[in-house]
Design a binder for this molecule. Structure first.
Ligand code: NAD
Length: 331
């Protein structure tokens, strides 16, 4: 059934109307990524999968940061079949667990691979309030807290690699235009622990707003230090993936996936702006910005609110310190 629905709608060929036709592969063409190491979170499906695949095909050493190792290993095999000379590693991470993020970072650093590009892409869309192992709302844990902690732990590695190699380091957060749908204060910190305040769209939206705020705060910190590393956020477009698998039941997700295919962007197209921001030489020095359709875009007022940005940062920093100790205590 999925097949016939898909072929019925693909005849309409409406994808060009609702999204640009540029693919990640087209964006990366001509960019030399050899000697660059990239971590992609959420690389085992959808947009992250295409991002990882295309970067590996263009010469980067790609580390697939996977929650399910078997999916990561299957992707590695696919990439190597397509491009036998590609360099791909698979490492386990669960971004909903600070301990897992810490283990990932420690294991990664022990490999001495350096790090040129970090793509914070993993994501979920939940229908109900689900508390993560950290005791807070799941989407916020994965999108914001987990990626905040991962980036903080790898920041020295990115800075060192950039200084030694002379190549600009890049951090990319996959945000969303959904960041405009939030609680009135932007991020409602009480909603992170109070299920009664949960609204799925606002909870998703505030977590994606958090991605933009975190990208901006990392950008500020790096700029102040004069580090040759940029940090930006991206809206990939409305893309046919199975992100809604926790929101709708699996049958509806599968049908929706097939029906939406001709109208929305493909994962190859969805990965285009991420690959653009992660690799494009013309973006050298561009930092603290929000991109969509391979161009800078103005995010919401909340995303430009410095006070909210600082508040989120402090919230994440305090949360990690309360759980695991301060960074110096962790060393
Ligand atoms: N699909 C869209 O239309 C759309 C639009 C805007 C933004 N986004 C964002 O794009 C990103 C990728 O989503 P997608 O659409 O490709 O969906 P997807 O479901 O195909 O991919 C999400 C990936 O994140 C991983 N992930 C989820 N929870 C994790 C965890 N706890 N630890 C580690 N990995 C975890 C999944 O395993 C999967 O590989 C997300 O951040 C999403 O919010 C998607």
């Amino acid at each position: 059934m999925g097949q016939s629905l898909s072929s019925m709608f693909s005849g309409l060929n409406l994808r060009g109307v609702f999204g640009p036709r540029v693919t990640a592969d087209e964006v990366a063409r001509g960019v030399d990524l050899s000697n660059r190491t990239v971590i992609v979170t959420g690389a085992t499906s959808g947009i992250g999968r295409e991002t990882a695949r295309v970067l590996a095909m263009h010469g980067a050493h790609v580390v697939i940061a996977a929650r399910k190792m078997e999916s990561g290993l299957a992707l590695k095999e696919t990439i190597l079949t397509e491009s036998p000379k590609a360099t791909v590693d698979v490492m386990h991470i669960d971004l909903a667990s600070l301990k897992s993020v810490k283990s990932f970072a420690e294991e990664y650093k022990a490999k001495n691979l350096g790090l040129d590009i970090l793509i914070n892409n993993a994501g979920v869309f939940m229908k109900q309030f689900v508390a993560s192992d950290e005791g807070i709302e799941y989407m916020f844990t994965v999108h914001d807290l987990g990626h905040y902690y991962l980036t903080a732990l790898l920041l020295d590695t990115i800075k060192k690699t950039a200084k030694e190699s002379g190549n600009e380091g890049r951090i990319v957060f996959t945000a969303s235009e959904g960041h405009r749908i939030t609680y009135k204060e932007g991020i409602n910190f009480h909603s992170l622990t109070d299920p009664a305040l949960f609204n799925p769209y606002k909870a998703y939206g505030q977590s994606k707003l958090g991605d933009i705020l975190l990208a901006k705060e990392f950008a500020e910190i790096l700029k102040e230090e004069g580090a040759p590393v940029t940090s930006n956020a991206v809206h990939p477009g409305a893309v046919t993936t199975k992100l809604g698998r926790n929101f709708f039941n699996h049958a509806i997700t599968d049908v929706g996936y097939e029906v939406s295919k001709p109208f929305l962007r493909s994962p190859e197209e969805g990965a285009a702006t991420i690959v653009y921001v992660a690799t494009c030489p013309e973006l050298k020095g561009e930092t603290g910005k929000y991109f969509a359709d391979c161009a800078e875009k103005q995010p919401s007022n909340h995303a430009c609110n410095k006070e909210l940005r600082k508040k989120l940062w402090k919230w994440c920093e305090d949360f990690v310190a309360a759980r695991l100790g301060t960074y110096s205590e962790q060393k």
